[in-house]
Design a protein. Structure first.
Length: 185
């Protein structure tokens, strides 16, 4: 495993956040926002919008990060950016890293590194409308995880991976139905 930066989370800060949300549960209501604009072909340019917590709007992140999404040439794009499927995998990888780091910190497990390899399996017969029995979205998502910790046992690492699906917000979002409201404004 080649890791350049060790995973770490400040468990004191986690406890302070937990205490604040416990004392004022509405602080747990957070909305992430993004704004997207067509970018030619099937590409879109998306930027971060404000973060909303408990109804309070924090504009500090607005426009701070921008991303381009496109499809590979084989899927009729110009390959100018990461595909939407790859962004889903990135979101899951990011959440898994945060969650594993948090779980390890809470259990006193010192990790030296986390590596994830993610796969988004899709059958285009559904999306292209060629077979109504095939769903348009992913047939499955697979994640292979490598973790290392000088003092971590294999059993401890396996426990972290077992706890991961039930602790990751993005895993929960992908694995369980969520309401998506789409409207023309």
């Amino acid at each position: 495993m080649s890791v350049s930066t060790k995973p770490y989370i400040d468990m004191d800060a986690v406890k302070l956040t937990q205490d604040a949300v416990r004392a004022q549960p509405a602080l747990g209501n957070v909305t992430f926002t993004m704004k997207g604009t067509s970018n030619g072909g099937v590409s879109v340019k998306v930027g971060t919008g404000p973060l909303i917590q408990n109804g309070d709007v924090d504009d500090a992140r607005e426009g701070r990060f921008s991303l381009i999404s496109d499809e590979p040439v084989a899927l009729l794009g110009a390959d100018t950016g990461v595909s939407p499927a790859e962004y889903i995998l990135m979101g899951l990888a990011g959440c898994y890293t945060v969650t594993l780091t948090s779980l390890a910190g809470a259990k006193g497990i010192d990790l030296d590194g986390i590596e994830l390899e993610l796969f988004f399996d899709i059958n285009l017969n559904g999306f292209l409308g060629l077979d109504d029995s095939v769903r348009k979205g992913a047939q499955g998502i697979r994640v292979d995880i490598k973790m290392a910790g000088e003092k971590a046992t294999r059993a401890q690492l396996e426990e972290l991976v077992r706890d991961l699906p039930g602790s990751s917000p993005i895993h929960d979002t992908l694995a369980n139905p969520v309401t998506i409201t789409t409207k023309l404004v």
